[in-house]
Design a protein around this ligand. Sequence first.
Ligand code: ATP
Ligand code: MG
Length: 727
Amino acid sequence: DGGKRPDYLSGLNPEQTEAVETLEGPVLVLAGAGTGKTRVLTTRIAHILNTGRAFPSQILAVTFTNKAAREMKERIAVLVGGAVEGMPWLGTFHSIGVKLLRRHAELVGLRSDFTILDTDDVVRLIKQLIQAEGLDDKRWPAKQFAGMIDTWKNKGLGPGDIPEGDARAFANGKGRELYFAYQQRLSTLNACDFGDLLMHPIAIFRKHPDLLKEYHGRFRYILVDEYQDTNTAQYMWLRLLAQRPKGELQNVCCVGDDDQSIYGWRGAEVDNILRFEKDFPGAKVIKLERNYRSTAHILGAAGHLIAHNEGRLGKTLFTDRRDPEDIKVQVHASWDSEEEARAIGEEIEQLQRGDATGKRHLLNDMAILVRASFQMREFEDRFVTLGLNYRVIGGPRFYERLEIRDAMAYFRLVAQPADDLAFERIINTPKRGLGDTTVRALHDYARARDIPMLAAAADMIETDELKPKARKALFDVVQSFRRWQEMLESTPHTELAEQILEESGYTDMWKNDKSADAPTRLENLKELIRSMESFESMRGFLEHVALVMDAEQNENLDAVSIMTLHSAKGLEFDTVFLPGWEEGLFPHQRSLDESGRAGLEEERRLAYVGITRAKHRCHIWFVSNRRIHGLWQSTIPSRFLDELPETHVEVAETEQSYGGYGRGGGYGQSRFDKADPFANSYSTPGWKRAQQNKTDATRDNWGTRSGHAVEHIGYGESGPRGRTIDG
Ligand code: ATP
Ligand code: MG
């Protein structure tokens, strides 16, 4: 290009430079965490724009979340020195899919103003179809079929493509028929589901080569971040757009890390990495080995851990980062999760006041990454008590979750019978045949007499204004609330809470729910009961929750981030806290039960993702006891702890840790036990021996079986390529 090298190129290492400057032909950047893959993509786009090779609208760039897309846009603007006028095709697979489909909806029989159905809509629709077929929807639950359709669509399979066995697996062989009927129905409704946002464009491109050609002309450069977590449908879509006729250049660049593939349970295919070189012959494969994010200790710990996985491509990583403090990865033990939250809170406040070198840290530079969303509760509670700002990323805060709000509504109504909002929320949850008509009647009755709705209900069951069925159902509800209210003073509140959820049928509602996120919701409900234990009374607890809910969630506030490991992908923080490293929780029992060795390896990759988010400090925590239903149960330290190398890890001496807990017999043998943390040799990992003594307790704690091939961990944005759609 003649002139002086632009600034944005000067900081790159030779391999990164090559990845940025190889603009023609297919490029695959395969590299470990923190090696600058995302930075390469961003710089590449800046370079394309800056050298005038393409307009912003001629670049197709795929990120994993909408948030990542926004950040990338901002970074590009900085690099090219000024706002970029639009980048319409920068987003998640789904958001780009919507845009394509709006333009060409008529080609698949939709209008451009089609609606996108959410999961609830989809399930309702399927239920109607199942009933219309004369099938028993209890035996063949709509949610289960919705899950099957989602899986098929992730694999790019339409109704005509699904394997015979799959089709037979549902409704006595009616699976395919139902799938056809479902698509037909969507079309009549001028609607599509999430899977269609990819499936329809694929169908359109296949059927209309001219149109595809047009897009080939438009998208001069194609880029994909977090490539290891693409599913088959996404890959098909990508291949259609990126593969060009012989003689034409295929300017496609994908970056990824097989060790960070953590969405296998949602259909991601890490093999797409291997297919890339086959499908794009002559692809230049670039490896980045220098990590710019983490200290040698953090990298060493993560590298040693992930080396325990068999199915990996393998790569080396090094760092030049020298830190004055040279801190190893710290492993902490706590008695229980309450103490864990307290200790992490103290550590955070200590860093705020100043670390060993006197440096003060911002809360913005710290994150707590949990395996399961229920773990967030303890931290949220603690931080509210401390007055420490926090934000929950990628999902609702604990007390804002649907199942928690429902349960809280029951408790509120018992303690405060005039709480009409609570009444309306739960009167027909679970379903009792008290629909809108009944609620409206109750509402009118209550308004006319200026009494609460629960009181109105008690009155109305004495009249004949309601249909007998509704009256009977309402009678049961009123009786139940009377009983619970009487128990309020006499029964321990946790016991009462549990009883309310059982007797109201609320717990059963989720137990009978076949959807993928039901087990997580049940876990959260258990956690809710547990959280009440530290309060004197139901009222005290309700007040506390009102306070927590009131805590500000201000984007601009300096705040600790709390999120699941799954939503932490691609992010980095100076200090990372990783709590709950215990067998059954992490690795999660459900993954082990359902996917065996593959499940374990995916869990281990998740641990690798967690550790590699840290720049300077990585604190791992495990507790010796978890309280389940008011019963203490011993835990076993995660096997991942024993897979960390001694050279990069040390057991932190926190004041409370090694004082007074004995874990009796078999548990005392992990090298992370109190007495002599490093006494055991590596050849016989402590957890293995501990496992020989393992009781069923751990399984019972965490092994909520769902009978479903996938699980859902409560986070929003990081769905399959960003389930939230911006554009
Ligand atoms: P992950 O696998 O976690 O997504 P990544 O490979 O995408 O990581 P980036 O997030 O792009 O890595 O980069 C990690 C950190 O290293 C960022 O803070 C980035 O700015 C920095 N970095 C990358 N390349 C360089 C470089 N050449 N010089 C200085 N800093 C760099
Ligand atoms: Mg990245």
